[in-house]
Structure formats: C-alpha cells, structure tokens
Design a protein around this ligand. Structure first.
Ligand code: ADP
Ligand code: NA
Length: 335
C-alpha cells in the first residue's frame, strides 16, 4: 500500500485545519504497516493556478510544513516535501498532457465552478490542474489516494489518463502506471467560526477572535474560548437539544472532535451545565492539546535551517521514489 496526499499551503493555520485536515494525515501515517508508506506534499505548484502573491505563497508553504510536522507527521516515517522541489511532478504532467483529452478536462466540475463565466480569462494552469494531480499520484505507483467527495472526479480522471497511457504506450504485461484506488478519509469535523456559527472557521476571516490559531499561546486560547459567541441556555443532555443553537453546537463539536468522542457523549458529561462551566473546560482542553503543537510549530518556524533540512530530505527521497516511473514514461513515449 502506498498513499499519496497533498495539501494546499495556507497561512494563519487554525484549529479547523488541524481537526479537519492535518489530523487525518497523522492518522493515516499511524495506520501504515511495515512496508507501507505515506507521501505527503505541500501543493505549492497547484497554488500558482490562481492569482497569488509570491512572498505569501512562500511563507504559507513554510508555515504549512511546520504545522504538519508539529501536528505529528514524522518525516522519518513519512515522505514530506514541497511539490515544487520535486520537478518530476511538473515533468510528468507535461508527459501526461499528451494523453489527457480536452473534453475530459472540460467536464471537470471544479473547473466549471472556479472558472464560472470567465473561462477565457483563466490560466492554462487552472484548466490543466487535474493533470498535475494525476501526475502527483501516478509518479509514485500510488495504490490509494484519500479523496473527499469533491475530489472523486479528479481521481477518476487520473485513472483514465493512466489507463489510456498504458494502453497506448505500454505493453500489457509491463504497464507504466498503477491505477490508484480512492479511499475515503475518516469523517473530519467541520469547525465553525467562534464569532458566527453559520460561518466556517477560516484563515480569511478578518476577526482573529473567530479562530484559534496553531501558533496561539495559552492565554490567547483561553481568551478566545471565553469570548466565543454562545447563548444563555445551559447545555442540553442530547445532541438534538442543540438544534437552532449553532454556536453552542460548535463548541461541543470541538470538544468532541478533540477528545474523539461523539457530541452526545460530551453532552452526557456536560448536559445541564452553563457555559460558565463548559468554556473553561474546553479552553483547558484546547490549551493542553495545542501546547505541544504550538511549541513545536513556533520552534520550527524560528529554525529555518531545520525546516529546510526536513523538506530537502523529503524532496530527495521523493525524487528517488519517482525516478523509475518518470524514466519509464519518457521511454514509453519514445523520448
Ligand atoms: P481556510 O478555509 O481557512 O481558507 P483552507 O481552505 O486553506 O482553509 O483549508 C485547508 C484544509 O483545512 C482543507 O483540507 C480544509 O478542508 C481544512 N479546513 C479548513 N477550514 C476548516 C474548518 N473550519 N473545519 C474543518 N476543516 C477545515
Ligand atoms: Na478556503
């Protein structure tokens, strides 16, 4: 089993990113058995398909790398790297561009959504992005790719490209590419803003009070939890009592996600209590959970050499793992 997964580099990393995305990586890593391997990359090449600020992308990539290590990705066990530091991703994309069909890409719903009515004004990279995604996984003979609903179509496309390439350019007993299977990542919590229960916790919310950041110190975490929007009612004893109370539900959901419990189990403990009791308990839980993460995160960001070394080692390992497939693809094409 070989799993490959990428994440878009973003800054202002918050609890939602941890519980909704990074923690799943850590779980996948921890489930790998002997001889199995996870490759995790920061999708910085994908980021240039949309308008972006170079300095911000660079900073976000480093922050995301520091965050995933701080959250528990072990660069000795998993291969962690920046996509841009492994040129084979871009090279293989070009080789696959000869096989991918315009019609296939035109049918991608993400392309349609992102481009909207202004197709002519989009970058070629945005259109071809799913081919880069195909390269990301096909390069490593990946067997399994964790994909959410929104990425299923892109994985299908990767399989179509692999199949057509194998048919057109390889002999049946020596295919160049493995067709990757989708695996459903564990159901991740969706964390809402601490200021507005109808909005997702997000890096782009102008209010810092709306999110708990991975870099926050203990006092800041406690303050943000204390100031979180709630209502005057005590907590109910069952989840259905939280209907119509999005802010209360969100705080209980956070508690449940962090402790790996159900909302009902948390309410079993706190039902009947007011927020005067629940908020300090949640605050302390978050402080304890985030303390090692924020310590390591800030340490890594303050030690660029260590961080660069981790990424350089990961990239070198990834280049080695991808080399045979890239060579085989060139050869199959007569290049
Ligand atoms: P943001 O919404 O802050 O801009 P991104 O879109 O950069 O975050 O998301 C990076 C990853 O973190 C994605 O996998 C996304 O699903 C996850 N994520 C972001 N916000 C949340 C949230 N509030 N709850 C759960 N997961 C989230
Ligand atoms: Na976003």
């Amino acid at each position: 089993m070989r799993v490959v997964s990428g994440i878009q580099p973003t800054g202002n990393l918050h609890l939602g990113n941890y519980l909704g995305a990074i923690r799943n990586w850590v779980r996948m890593q921890d489930e790998m058995k002997d001889g199995e391997q996870c490759l995790f990359f920061l999708a910085d090449l994908h980021a240039i398909s949309m308008p972006h600020t170079p300095a911000e992308l660079h900073k976000a990539t480093l922050e995301m790398a520091a965050a995933v290590v701080a959250c528990g990705i072990d660069p000795q066990r998993s291969v962690l790297f920046n996509q841009a530091q492994v040129p084979a991703h871009a090279e293989l994309q070009w080789l696959l561009n000869g096989t991918a069909r315009m019609g296939w890409l035109n049918r991608m719903t993400q392309w349609k959504d992102k481009a909207g009515k202004n197709r002519e004004g989009q970058s070629v990279a945005l259109f071809g992005y799913p081919v880069l995604q195909a390269a990301d996984v096909l390069l490593y003979q990946t067997t399994h790719v964790p994909v959410g609903e929104d990425q299923k179509q892109h994985l299908e496309l990767a399989r179509d490209i692999a199949q057509k390439f194998n048919n057109d350019f390889a002999s049946e007993d020596a295919p160049v590419f493995t067709l990757p299977e989708a695996i459903t990542p564990p159901q991740a919590a969706r964390i809402m803003s601490l200021r507005d229960g109808s909005k997702k916790m997000s890096k782009s919310d102008p209010s810092e009070m709306s999110r708990i950041e991975l870099a926050d110190d203990a006092d800041t975490v406690m303050k943000k939890v204390k100031k979180a929007k709630t209502d005057p009612e005590p907590l109910p004893s069952e989840a259905k009592g939280l209907v119509g109370r999005p802010e209360a539900l969100n705080l209980v959901t956070i508690y449940a996600a962090v402790t790996d419990n159900t909302v009902d189990a948390v309410l079993g403990e706190f039902g009947g209590e007011g927020f005067g009791k629940f908020k300090p308990a949640l605050g302390e839980l978050l402080v304890e959970t985030l303390r090692p993460i924020s310590t390591r995160f800030n340490e890594l960001l303050g030690d660029r050499e260590a961080l660069d070394a981790i990424l350089a080692r990961g990239a070198s390992h990834a280049r080695e793992l991808g080399r045979p497939t890239l060579d085989a693809a060139y050869t199959a094409l007569g290049l």
